[in-house]
Design a protein around this ligand. Sequence first.
Ligand SMILES: Nc1nc2c(c(=O)[nH]1)N[C@H]1C(S)=C(S)[C@@H](COP(=O)(O)O)O[C@H]1N2
Ligand SMILES: [Mo]
Length: 398
Amino acid sequence: MKRRDFFKTSIAASAALVGSSLSAGVTTQPITGRKISKVAFPEKRPMITYSDRPPLLETPRDIFTQSITPNDSFFVRWHLPDIPTYIDPDAYTIKIDGLVERELNISLKSLKHDFEQVEVTAVLQCGGNSRSAFHPIPGGIQWGSGAMGCAKWKGVRLSDILDRAGLKKDAQWIGFNGLEKAAYYETPNFVRELHLEELDDHVILAYEMNGEDLPYLNGYPLRLIIPGYYSDSWVKMMSHITVTNKYKSLFFMDEAYRVPDNATESETPQKHFKSTKPITKMNVKSVIGYPLEGAKIAYHSQLVVRGVAFDSGLGIKDVQISLDDGKTWESALLDNDAGRYAYKAFRFGFKPNKYGKLKIMAKAINRLGEEQPLAKDVLWNHGGYKYNGIDVVNVEVV
Ligand SMILES: Nc1nc2c(c(=O)[nH]1)N[C@H]1C(S)=C(S)[C@@H](COP(=O)(O)O)O[C@H]1N2
Ligand SMILES: [Mo]
């Protein structure tokens, strides 16, 4: 290449780069193939580790062939570093106060014996899951697609507890406080508030996950479960519920986990939309757990593509696979129904009959007909929330 040509191409290349960073944000695919740490946290197998204080652990992709995520592989996200290192289950109580007829202090034992026990299988997904697919990549943890999991939760209906306490007439907002503390006193506690109207009978206070005590890092001994919602409000290690009539301004509610308050919930990197709203219901999404990016597949062997799909609880109607860059789609087989908030595991078998690169795409469609957009059509927001592009895995047939 002549020197002049080199300059030409490099100018063109940098112009293209500038061009893309100036355009409305675009997305590709979440970063895959991240290293699994050698060191494991208590009750966890080695995970993709972003930080150890507070612990930020991502579930490796190969787990997403299973419709239930094992507790030891379930991702972990904490905002504040000072998490209690010892909890005495016999002394633990949850306090309910504020605009109630009777202030309550309920022990774990009473929770398990004096209330109706209920179970729900539900997906827990961070609103920032797959953030690394956005370009430019928004600030925040650079999650691949493993900031999600599905478990069978057991506990007590929040509404039963509020009934026992007796809500006063003007009760409107319920605040949930986690036990952990900030390292600096200026940082606010992790508190979330929900409006009474958002809290239906599906919301539970769970002490069990997949038939065991909650793992310590997933909120032992008690956490909030809000099926269908992104997990930022699923407060862990919950010890205090306060009922109020006025929304209190709270850092974690007012700053984080919000998207532009416009019809497409999007904006450009150059011009952020002024008003925002909390992320609430999850959009339709699927993730391929097998094969993994870069895998070598034997020519004409039986290949079974596996993954999981979910939405906010409307229910998954179909998962479709394309092997020709989205020109044609074929339905995968879906597993049995574990309820509308659970993962639908899917599988799709075929024999690759061409050597070389093979692109596998998966697209979920829910009962309303909502489907995942192509990665390039996912709209950008500066928090990097709610990514749900059609999942793509590139393998090589050898
Ligand atoms: N007490 C407490 N609860 C919390 C958080 C937190 O930082 N503290 N983070 C929330 C967010 S943003 C997520 S994604 C989930 C993560 O739950 P997990 O660690 O069980 O995967 O917990 C939610 N509940
Ligand atoms: Mo989150």
